[in-house]
Design a protein around this ligand. Sequence first.
Ligand code: A2P
Length: 340
Amino acid sequence: SAPRIAIVGATGAVGGTLIDLIERRGLRYRAVELVASARSAGAELTVDGRSYPVHAVEDFDFSTVDLAFFSAGTEASEKWVPVATAAGAVVIDNTIAFRMDPDTPLVVPQVNAHELDRRPVSGVIANPNCSTIPLVRVLRGIEERWGVRQAVVSTYQAASGLGHPGVDELKESSRAALDHPGEEYPGKEFVPSLAFNVIPKIDRFLDTGFTLEEQKMLQESRKILGLPHLDVTTTCVRVPVVNGHSEAVWIECQAPVDRAELVEVIAALPEVTVHDRESPREFPTPATVKDPDRVHVGRIRVNPNNPRAFWLWVVADNLTIGAALNAIQIAEELIARGTL
Ligand code: A2P
């Protein structure tokens, strides 16, 4: 029967997208509980036309639900996911807290749904990083047909990756930059200010010189694709876009690639739209793509000097494809398999 579900982080940017997707996709549930920090206790949110109170996580009894979506930040997951699983709930976690745990499957349903055949040992299924998800959804098809020798990726990541606070600060700092040119903006989410700027640092720096975001893309891609030696190297950049991540992807394969076949292979991937199929001059952008439930690919160019290698331009809604939709599709697979 339909599960009882909780959304932890319901008041956040991903939480709001989860609620929207539950409505749009008609996810069936027996009960829904909305959970956030104590700051939001007493607030009300609407799901499927009904108003629900928001509970503080401290006061919430996880034994009343079968499935809990966590999208309240890594610290909240570290503290409360073990409480939820001990109470018997299966957790779909959107943070980095459990992604590399060997007992926790890291799942992109279009790539490795078979990981959901059994209930995970840890009780947790991890949702990957928002830039990793569209990348592996494309890499999977390339790997199967040509074998991937190396992928070099530059990301162009939107402010909504940092939730409502990120979006609010981008808007405020942009207004301040126009109203008070030359004045330094005291940013909290983005330092230096993201207004009319790009920042080649997402998450913290590691001793390797890479950032944690860049390391996530490598480690998570390897785990999801089951390719422990896959060579993915990235530069992750925050750009002053409200929502929608983009990636310039260079892939070198084991064998020469024909563009027409490449277009067909990518277009045949589940829920992927190729924009330059008929006209190579068409391309997706975060502001113009119409369907947030699909991965958008354009600028498909085979390198004339090395026909084993090519470029792609990938755009995917980070709140949807990169977070909430992936989590909902994991839930749909669990429900279909009866593994909840
Ligand atoms: P709240 O609105 O009560 O602060 P966003 O990514 O848009 O910033 O949203 C983060 C979400 O996670 C919000 O729903 C927020 O609730 C919630 N949250 C943040 N910290 C905690 C915490 N320590 N415990 C529970 N929920 C939290």
